[in-house]
Write a protein that binds this ligand. Sequence first.
Ligand SMILES: [Zn+2]
Ligand SMILES: [Zn+2]
Length: 137
Amino acid sequence: MDKPYTGGCACGAIRYSIVGEPLFSNHCQCRDCQRESGSGHGSYATFARAGVTVTGEAKHWDMTANSGNAKTRCFCTHCGVAVYMTFAAQPDVFTIRVGSLDEPARYKPQAVTYAARAYGWDRLDPDLPKFAGMPPG
Ligand SMILES: [Zn+2]
Ligand SMILES: [Zn+2]
């Protein structure tokens, strides 16, 4: 079996281990991700929830995404780092922030979402497919 994807917050209070490869890996340039990342986009990898083990207690913040779906952003109350997200409408997936990985070099982004919200100074790999919002389907 391939090596699990491991990671967590900055202080180590929240840790995760994930078996399996990402289902989807994207940079997101929506306003929510800009605000939260403090930059032009957030970078995410989404996995099947079944392979995920989390230790430590995250604080949950529920919000309505640009897509209209409810999403829950989960962060560490001690160091403040946002580590992962879950989605009420898709309980079988689990999305991590790529910067939380122990080995971020393993990340292979596949697409850019909410490219319609991008700023000119936030240039991403021009070879990646870009979607104005979320990809259809
Ligand atoms: Zn922490
Ligand atoms: Zn976003």
